[in-house]
Design a protein around this ligand. Sequence first.
Ligand code: PHE
Length: 474
Amino acid sequence: MSQRRDHWSSNAGLVLAATGSAIGLGNLWKFPFITWENNGGAFVLVYLICIAAVGLPIMMAELLIGRRSQKSAVGALKEAVASKWPGGRWLGGVVGFWGVLAGFILLSYYTVIAGWSLFYFVKTMGWTFGGYPAGMSAGDLFTGQALNTGLQLLLSLGFSVATIAIVYFGVSKGIERIARIFLPILFGILLLMLVSALSMSGAGEALAHIFRPNFAELERGAVLEALGHSFFTLSLGMGAMITYGSYISRKHSVVKASGAIVALDTLIALIATVVMFSVIFSVAGMRDEVGGSTVGMLFISLPELFYSEVPFGVVLGPLFYVLVALAALTSTISLLEVVSAYLIDQRGITRKKATTGAGAAIFLFTTFAVLSIPGLLGVSTEGFFSGIEIFAGKVGWFATADHFVSNWMLPTGGFFITLAAGWFMTRESTRGELADGSEPRWFHYGAWRFFIRWVAPIAVAAIIVFVIRGTDFS
Ligand code: PHE
């Protein structure tokens, strides 16, 4: 029937590729700014709890569902549900398709922010050779480029083409190779930035803001946002990890891989946030510049650090933004891979046609995201795309899509994945995948099963109900 399935060449290959999917703009761009908007402390704590109690068990569930069936999201979920309920294949199909749709929408706006990193790469390169402009308003620079529609279309088009080109060549040749090279470098640079940031005057205040919980500051919607983000940042709830899991061969441990992916992802997000907050609390005027458009925090607060604090910052600046682009790229390829793998496995379309066709269709929606940037930045709510407000405070197509995908689609998808792994698959089959003798010592199958059957689904359902009953849908 089908060709031989491509596999990761080694365990490290999978960990790197899946970590590459997990680590992305969610860690570097989104987590810091939503932490800022939700007043740090308590939000971060809720987020960490979600990662440990919901994210980690679901990570194992997705990888095992993929590895067991050796199929991508839709096919794998059909099989998982059918193991105890043969008539329920359709439900698995629906959930899988829901994930494919989430990937489609997510990719459409994700590419836009990825484009910003390309712009900043070129900019910082200019500063490295021409000097950092004295008295520059980082906030104005950011808004200026973001509102330049032509530029935005060009940047996101460039990024889309790069994504399509890699997925076109398939899993081990494209995806694994890229992640292998750039992840270690990204980690190194971030550590260097952390050291510099911690020596700045506002570091203490930054740490307190991030790690000292103040529950009075926690809003109802923030709990959903923390949950939604734990799915977003780990690439869960939409079948990306199922799809990557389907390329794991029998030799490799799902548990070890999950532990490593979750730990690395969380670490990177926290480091990035500490770095950014330290700059904001240390540099005079930075708070106001960032305040205007928190979505641009990554691009507003860091240039200052490179050009004044970090040793060799002038060299590291451009390098850092290339790494941001690469981090985004290893995530966009996993998103496109989900959509393409669906077309390839379920619809029998060739990889080449699937990747280019899906990529082009998604790009159409990317243009909508670009057209909605004024609404996103709150500069103007004129025009169809910038003016939509379905969820309170989320203005424009971009913000609406982001809110809907991360806070609603991914958690609901994740909810059904817990049911598939915890209730529909047999104990023997999940045990066979997780506890196959290769698992690490800390792993306890009974504990995982308890989390996946009870803790994760109940927590997700409870948070969703809690937010819906709070009348506001935001
Ligand atoms: N996890 C990625 C990030 O944090 C985003 C992503 C979500 C990628 C879902 C794939 C699937 O940037």
